[in-house]
Write a protein that binds this ligand. Structure first.
Ligand SMILES: NC(=O)c1ccc[n+]([C@@H]2O[C@H](COP(=O)([O-])OP(=O)(O)OC[C@H]3O[C@@H](n4cnc5c(N)ncnc54)[C@H](O)[C@@H]3O)[C@@H](O)[C@H]2O)c1
Ligand SMILES: [Zn+2]
Length: 343
């Protein structure tokens, strides 16, 4: 099979590799679409994200869909031919967090495209059968792949306790901010205020459901009293002003990453008894993601701004620098249904 392999920072080479064998409990998937994420671009450019360092050749890509083509021991052969969205994680079923249901916090997690685990920019991948989620025919290969970033938005909106009538402030209108806007709307939020320093991204946020957008460099948010604030920017300045915009008893959810430490307004958190939490990926989000997609309450296809073949993975990884880019997708082998859709 073909694989786009990061051999050193800034260098990706096409390699021929053997098709992997599905281990007991796994399925083998022929990959259809792979979304490119900011973390892929970080590994490509810098060879590391915090404590995760690329020390051996690595296949990037963790937002993926495809078709089951073989099953490992113990998995029903009826799964062969199913279109699936890949939840790119392998928690240890016996660890305490996994048994509690917080399997994203499993200390023995193996996650696609996080060193040393290979990702999906290749023709075939394996994953635990329960982490290959069957996709309805009406959901495209691209949307099935983008259930991964959608899941980050679902995890954030759940933690923010967004419900019917909620008001939410979201900083950052990148792919994660945009899916968070869509999920907040689907969960019943009525006021969805989005900040971004980029005017085009503010415009995109309005298209996907933001009820108001603000430029953090000129507009003040400190008078807002939202029920929840979600940071999807990683900017310390955004987090500092976002926390001040939350009503007493409200919730702060930190999704954005980048700064290892940052100053936060402790007295505001104390005096208003705010609940502040982080988000580390997601758990138990795929059923919700697929329902939101199938019902049309969330639109992921419209977030895709460019497509690339596997051989052009570098261009896909560089496309975040193209003005107007939101989400690039690498196409491998379309699933049968997707092929039918384009005939
Ligand atoms: N916690 C998790 O599990 C998890 C998962 C996925 C992504 N992330 C993080 O979420 C963040 C968003 O991801 P993305 O792919 O959308 O990234 P992105 O870089 O495409 O989007 C970030 C956006 O924030 C905007 N921004 C910068 N400074 C700002 C400010 N002061 N105020 C408001 N907006 C500002 C940028 O213009 C950009 O549009 C990243 O930091 C990423 O690492 C976290
Ligand atoms: Zn991602």
């Amino acid at each position: 099979m073909r694989a786009a392999v990061l051999v050193e920072p800034g260098r990706i080479e096409m390699e021929e590799r053997p098709v992997p064998e599905p281990a007991p409990g796994d399925v083998l998937i022929r990959v259809a679409s792979v979304g490119v994420c900011g973390s892929d671009a970080h590994y490509y450019r810098e060879g590391r994200i915090g404590e995760f360092v690329v020390e051996a050749p690595l296949v990037l890509g963790h937002e993926a869909s495809g078709t089951v083509v073989a099953v490992g021991e113990g998995v029903s052969a009826e799964r062969v031919g199913q279109r699936v969205s890949i939840e790119p994680q392998r928690p240890d079923p016996g660890s305490a967090p996994t048994r509690r249901g917080d399997y994203n916090l499993c200390p023995h997690m193996q996650f696609y495209a996080t060193p040393p685990v290979d990702g999906a920019l290749c023709d075939y991948v394996t994953i635990g059968a329960h982490f290959a989620h069957p996709v309805p025919d009406t959901v495209s290969d691209d949307a099935a792949a983008l259930c991964e970033p959608l899941s980050v938005g679902i995890a954030a909106v759940r933690k923010a306790r967004v419900t019917a009538g909620s008001s939410v402030l979201i900083s950052g209108a990148g792919p994660v901010g945009i899916v968070t806007v869509q999920v907040a709307r689907a969960f019943g939020a009525v006021d969805i205020v989005v900040t971004d320093i980029d005017e085009h991204r503010r415009e995109v946020a309005r298209r996907f459901g933001a009820t108001a957008t603000l430029d953090p460099r000129s507009d003040d948010t400190s008078h807002l009293r939202v029920d929840a604030y979600i940071d999807a920017s990683g900017s310390p300045a955004a987090v500092n002003s976002g926390i001040r915009a939350v009503r007493p008893g409200g919730t702060v959810v930190l999704v954005g990453s980048g700064a290892e430490t940052m100053p936060i307004p402790v007295q505001v958190i104390q005096n208003r008894e705010l609940v502040l939490t982080g988000v580390f990926r997601y758990a138990n989000t795929w059923p919700t993601a697929l329902s939101l997609l199938e019902s049309g309450r969330v639109d992921l296809d419209s977030m895709v701004t460019a497509h690339f073949p596997l051989e052009k993975s570098v261009d896909a990884l560089e496309s975040d620098r193209v003005p107007g880019s939101i989400k690039a997708v690498v196409h491998l082998s379309p699933t049968v249904e997707a092929q039918r859709g384009t005939e």
